[in-house]
Each structure stands twice: as C-alpha cells, then as structure tokens.
Design a protein around this ligand. Structure first.
Ligand code: NAD
Length: 452
C-alpha cells in the first residue's frame, strides 16, 4: 500500500486515478482546487458521469482508503507518489496552456517533505520538454533538502470507459531517468498485467500526442473518403468495412460522421501542430486533419439546409450533445458546434442527450433541452443525430414519424438502420452514403470479383 496524492483529483483523469488506485488498495488523497467538487466527492457524489464511478467512489470512501481535499499542505507531505493530472487546455493559437500545470508544480514543490523522496508522475498530456520544466518549477519552490524525481506517464484512457481503461490498459509508458522513481511507478502498475515501456521523457511525451494524432487522422481520413463517396455514388460504411478488414489497417476509428471532438483530440492535434511549427516544420497533414474535421460539421449543417430548403425558422431536434457516447462531457463537442451552426442559420433547436443535460443547462443556456428524444422531435422539421448513444438505435421510428412535423432524419453518425427508418416513412440521410447496397448485394458483388 503506497500513500498517493492525485493533484487534479476532481477531473476526469484525476478522479478516475484517485478511485482506481484506492480500489487497488492504496491510500489515496485526491486534491483539487474546485472546493465544490471536493465537497461533493467527500459525500460520495460523483460530479462526473462515468460507468461504475459512483459505486467505486463510495466503496473506496467507505473503506477509508480515499478522501478529497483542497489543501496541498494536508495532501502532499506524507505522499510517496504525487500524480499530476491537471488540465492542459488549448490557448487560442492551439498551443497547450500550461498554467494549471505550472501552478500545481509550484504548490507541490512548496509542500515537499524534506527527508523523504517524492515521485511526481506527469499524467497530464504535456508538450515535449515539459517534464524538465515541471522539475525546474518544483525545484524552484521546494525546500533545499527536498528530494524528488519526475516520471512522465501519459494517459490513453477514453472518456465513457475511464475506469475500465485505467484498470485494463493496452500498455503503460514511463519516461524518465531516475531508476528508483521508475521502479516505484512500475510497481504501482505491475498488478494490471499490461506491458510497461520505459523510455526517455521526450519520447514518452511525444507518444501521447502521436497516438491521438494518429487516431484523429484515421477519422479525418474516412471523413474525406465519405466526401468522395457522396460524389461518386459509393457507401462509406461499406468502403470502411472493406478497408478495415485488412489487418494492417483495422476497423476502428473508421466511422464517418460529423467528426471528432472532446477535450483531447482537437487540442492535442492542435498542440502537436504548434510543436511541429515551433520546430521549424510545416505540419500539412495535421493541419488537414483539423480542417477536414471542422468541415465535417459545416457540411452536415449545409446538407440540412439544402434538404430543408433553408434553415431559417425551421425546427430541428438534435439528438446527442456530448462529444461521444458514455460521457456527459461537452468540451469541443461536434454536436454543440452543429447546434451553434444551426442556430446561426436561424433554426430553432431542441436537444436531447441521455447524460449531458445537466452540463448543457449550465454551459449552454441558450439551447432548449428535452429529457425525452420524442419530446425533442415533437413537431420538428428534421432530427439531427449527433452523438452515437446506443439508445438511439432502439428508437420506434413509427412513433417518431407520428410526432415529427417533417420527415427528415439526418444520421450524423451512420448508426441507424436506414431501411427501418425508411420503412416508417421517414427520409434517411447519412454521411457519405451515395448509394446504400443491402448487405446481400455487397456480398453478391464481391463474389465474381474474388473468383475472377
Ligand atoms: N479527459 C480525457 O479523456 C483524457 C485522456 C487522456 C489524457 N488526458 C489529459 O489529462 C489531463 C487532465 O484532463 P481532464 O480531462 O481530467 O481535465 P479536467 O479539466 O477534467 O480536470 C482537471 C482538474 O484539475 C483541477 N485543477 C486545476 N488547477 C489545479 C491546481 N493548481 N491544483 C489542483 N487541481 C487543479 C481542476 O479543478 C479540475 O478538476 C489533460 O492534460 C488531458 O489532456 C485527458
């Protein structure tokens, strides 16, 4: 059992780690400057929507292995390992904003306990070279006799599966050059049974950005192919299946739609672009990835405009506001951008989301919110599905047709069964679906090709 402090312990990553490390048997204190969150967390009330989090939070609080505080003086001394999980949002030029990291590093430094060695684990996504800067800030504020080392340990979890991904990682990346510190962090992760890769700080930091940039590139690639499918009369879902079956490519992150969002992909691709520019390079690919992504939302709204003969005064139901299914996170959500673009063209928007309505009420007061997808669609000229919540596949399309004023269903995630939608008398429009061969047609067409 290791005494651990998680700085930023009220956020998506920090809270996930605080709870998961306590679940693994460690003594954890989650530290956050957000006093309201800390108070809620100490009551066992999770401020974040994540599968399994409320139960694991209460279990570890009740077991006495987890608590939350706003006070560095109470949390840092006595902790052998301090996880740094504060946010690294984007500045207006795309560069990572390191203010939270700098403030946290300074506070950690001030409260380091002389006489014991503290390992600081950089868990936040930080530009290449930040580990050295964190070490410098900590040293500047620490008592002279304080002993510490920094380990870079980027995080690859997906929101919506935070606890699952923390407890079942594909790999652990540890960067640094202090053997004792690397050994201490390695022993924390060993029970998870994942491969552990040790490297230098800079490679570890870059692995995180390169991983997100690669995944974002796959999404923008298939969205670019979707554009071509619309022009050439092909179906991008069939094309994606065909290329994804190649094991060198793989089927994941090849879902055409209104693009990626969230607190990571856009900001990390932006930050990597800035890092490349700062290094004197011209990151054309990364810039295109971001531009194709922005274009995906603009094209979706332009399509609605074209199909409805104008958006001014139209009523549109938007299904899904979170940036993806399984989370209540609205940060950089493509759905929110679609709402903004619809409103800009004069449409009246009513939105539904299974989990993000409380966040939407607080952050997007201009949107009319509905707790039921059919209520949102009442009298609407069109429904625009923007977040791939599995709930939407269970929609009764006959009922939907009865409540809507119009008949247009725009599937921004290509997740609905078009035949079912059309059987209810609705017009189905997906992304990149110039034609939609039935699965049987697709197979029949494939046979002569294979045998020739
Ligand atoms: N969210 C994800 O899916 C994800 C995945 C992988 C990596 N990351 C990275 O992890 C980091 C954290 O992301 P997040 O989504 O958890 O952010 P978040 O905004 O949800 O959480 C950050 C927390 O840090 C707290 N904080 C800010 N300044 C502080 C300070 N000086 N001292 C103590 N607490 C402070 C905030 O109050 C907040 O609760 C980012 O670098 C992000 O890029 C996020």
């Amino acid at each position: 059992m290791t005494p651990i402090c998680v700085v930023g312990g009220g956020g998506y990553v920090g809270l996930g780690y605080a709870v998961a490390l306590a679940e693994l048997g460690h003594q954890v204190v989650g530290l956050d400057i957000d006093a309201d969150r800390v108070e809620r967390l100490n009551r066992g009330d999770s401020p974040i929507y994540e599968a399994g989090l409320p139960e694991m939070l209460r279990r570890t609080l009740d077991a006495g292995r987890l608590r939350f505080t706003t006070d560095y003086a109470e949390a840092v001394p006595g902790s052998d390992i301090v996880f740094l999980c504060t946010g690294t949002p984007s500045l207006s030029d795309g560069e990572a904003d390191l203010r939270q990291v700098r403030a946290a590093a300074a506070s950690i430094g001030v409260h380091l306990q002389p006489g014991t060695k503290t390992v600081i684990v950089n868990k936040s996504t930080m530009p290449v070279g930040t580990a050295e800067r964190v070490a410098g800030i900590v040293a500047e504020h620490a008592p002279q006799s304080a002993d510490f080392a920094v380990v870079s340990n980027p995080e690859f979890l997906r929101e919506g599966r935070v606890l699952h991904d923390i407890l079942h990682p594909d790999r652990i990346v540890l960067g640094g050059d202090d053997a004792d510190a690397l050994a201490a962090v390695t022993s924390l992760y060993e029970p998870l049974g994942a491969p552990i890769m040790q490297t230098d700080h800079r490679s570890a930091e870059l692995i995180k950005y390169a991983a997100n940039a690669f995944l974002a590139t796959k999404i923008s690639f298939i969205n670019d192919i979707a554009r071509l499918c619309e022009r050439l009369g092909a179906d991008v879902t069939v094309v994606a299946k065909g290329i994804g079956a190649d094991e060198r490519i793989g089927p994941r992150f090849l879902h055409a739609g209104i693009g990626f969002g969230g607190s990571c992909f856009p900001k990390d691709v932006g930050a990597l672009t800035r890092m490349a520019e700062g290094a004197g390079l011209h990151p054309g690919l990364l810039r295109s990835v971001l531009e194709i992504n922005r274009e995906a939302q603009r094209r979706f709204v332009a399509r609605a405009d074209e199909l409805l003969g104008g958006l001014d005064g139209r009523e549109i139901a938007v299904w899904g506001l979170a940036f993806k299914e399984g989370t209540d996170d609205l940060r950089d959500s493509p759905a929110v951008e679609v709402v903004r673009l619809l409103a800009e063209r004069g449409a009246a928007v009513r939105a539904h989301d299974p989990a993000a309505l409380p966040n939407a009420a607080a952050r997007l007061p201009e949107i009319v919110l509905r707790e039921d997808p059919y209520d949102a669609a009442e009298g609407a000229d069109a429904v625009a599905l923007c977040t791939p919540w599995p709930e939407y596949t269970a929609i009764d399309f006959d009922r939907l047709k009865r409540v809507m004023g119009g008949d247009l269903l725009l599937d921004g995630r290509n997740m609905l069964d078009a035949a079912k939608v059309e059987a209810a008398g609705l017009r189905y429009v997906g992304i990149g679906r110039g034609t939609r061969p039935t699965p049987t047609q697709a197979v029949v067409q494939a046979v002569p090709l294979r045998s020739s």
